[in-house]
Design a binder for this molecule. Structure first.
Ligand code: ZN
Length: 456
């Protein structure tokens, strides 16, 4: 259900050998509600039960708090050492207009929110992962962290987490009560990723709660962050002309936060045409042969009309190979733009530099005479015997196996086996007869090699 708009732009001839592609990426274009009224009513009942239970056990105070309003830090964080500068963009804020349908008003009196025919006015802030939303999901790159210290009053896990459309599934979620009595909901989390802490346990601000997923009613990985005050009234943490005059954020982000979320070099043009929930093959790589195809790509959130992005390609000796600009004529919540090269010949470490709205991000890549050992390694692998009966041997594979992952899929595309470390001989007695695909992925460069297997 994620739609993409593609634009192809040919640049002026000043930049010979390069062309641009890219466009907007729209999350939840059909405005699927994050949670049904019935599910929400059920959650509220469970939360009240949980609170009563914790009061009885002495883990929560019965008194209504007189503490000052709890302030929040941002609840989504990039996993440490991940190759992204940021991982989220906002698709929807709280809808302050109680009428429906199509009567919407976010905190800034804009329309970055939605309602539905059935009378659902969006009640939280949706932060979706961008770019490579399912790749981030698969690799636990976008973490949900506690926006404020508090007590876990409820936790729900075990639900399917790769939803793409409207359904009646429940979501995986954590609910935290703060010292001022307010409660924050963190919804749509990845199955099995939730903190091992339980109901009644205390969390600190910034503590890991889970991974952004797509459990429940959802069209793709995003966090739904929803807040209630001590009297159980929904509140919008954003201060604005159409909301309250108090911001609950320690540092409220701007309505638009133009930002580079990532820059990468690829050996195949980036594309977001895959169908949900297929994990994107990123084709990110940082080693290329001289004069081979190289795609330099930048991934933006809140690209603003009338602004300009600047780029530079710098040779190994530090001299500028190319410098160019790109004017944005549209405002997009998320977008990507890439250029293709086939004339980079100097061996050594190059730098791709991307600047936007005061932010500069650099990505190093290598032009080498022989491709790196990891890539080379995948090419060497063969399997035997095929067809096989009970076990399969991997031949020509002798490097650090921790850098590789393997998976076997049946002919319906379902994963039936996966291992992050493995031996040269695979015992596959448990598989029934038939055709399978074995996929070996280089975790570092995200390259893979696949084999068709036949079990007799
Ligand atoms: Zn939502």
């Amino acid at each position: 259900m994620i739609k993409k708009h593609f634009l192809l732009i040919l640049l002026v001839p000043v930049l010979c050998f390069s062309q641009a592609g890219g466009g907007a990426y729209t999350f939840n274009p059909d405005n699927i509600p994050c949670i049904s009224k019935e599910a929400k009513a059920q959650i509220k009942i469970e939360l009240q039960k949980s609170i009563n239970d914790l009061i009885q056990k002495g883990k929560l105070s019965q008194k209504k708090s007189a503490a000052a309003a709890q302030k929040f830090s941002w609840p989504v964080k990039t996993k440490d050492n991940a190759d992204f500068t940021d991982v989220w963009a906002i698709s929807n804020y709280v809808d302050h207009n109680k009428n429906f349908p199509d009567k919407v008003e976010d905190y800034n009196c804009g329309s970055r929110t939605y309602d539905t025919n059935s009378g659902y006015n969006h009640q939280g802030t949706d932060m979706y992962t961008w770019p490579f939303t399912w790749y981030q999901f698969e690799n636990n790159i976008a973490e949900v962290i506690a926006a404020a210290p508090g007590t876990i009053i409820h936790k729900h896990d075990g639900e399917f987490d790769m939803s793409c459309d409207f359904n009646n599934n429940q979501w995986n979620a954590i609910y935290i009560k703060h010292s001022d009595g307010s409660i924050a909901w963190y919804g749509h989390l990845k199955k099995g990723s939730l903190t091992s802490k339980n109901k009644g346990d205390v969390v600190t601000e910034g503590e890991f709660l889970g991974v952004v997923g797509s459990s429940g009613n959802s069209t793709g990985p995003h966090l739904h962050f929803e807040v209630y005050d001590k009297n159980n009234n929904l509140i919008d943490p954003f201060k604005g002309e159409c909301s309250s005059n108090i911001s609950l954020w320690k540092e409220q982000p701007n309505y638009y936060e133009p930002h580079i979320n990532a820059i990468f070099t690829h050996n195949v043009a980036p594309s977001f045409n895959q169908s949900c929930p297929e994990i994107e093959v990123t084709n990110i790589t940082d080693q290329f042969l001289p004069n081979s195809k190289i795609f330099t790509a930048s991934y933006y959130k809140d690209q603003l009309s009338g602004t300009t992005a600047n780029y530079k390609l710098i040779r190994p000796n530090g001299s500028v190979f190319s410098r160019w600009n790109f004017d944005f004529s549209d405002t997009y919540t998320s977008s990507y733009w890439y250029w293709e090269w086939n004339n980079l010949a100097n061996l050594g470490i190059w730098t791709f530099e991307s600047s936007y709205q005061g932010q500069t991000v650099r990505k190093k890549f290598k032009i080498v005479s022989v491709l790196g050992i990891e890539n080379h390694e995948l090419n060497k692998i063969t399997i035997a015997p095929n067809p096989f009966e009970s076990s399969l041997k991997l031949i020509g594979f002798d490097l650090n196996k921790d850098n590789y992952k393997m998976s076997i899929f049946n002919n319906l595309g379902q994963e039936v086996f996966s291992a992050t470390t493995f031996s040269d001989e695979l015992d596959l007695q448990f598989l029934s007869k038939g055709m399978y695909i074995l996929k070996i992925t280089d975790k570092k460069n995200n390259r893979y090699k696949s084999f068709t297997l036949l079990k007799r």
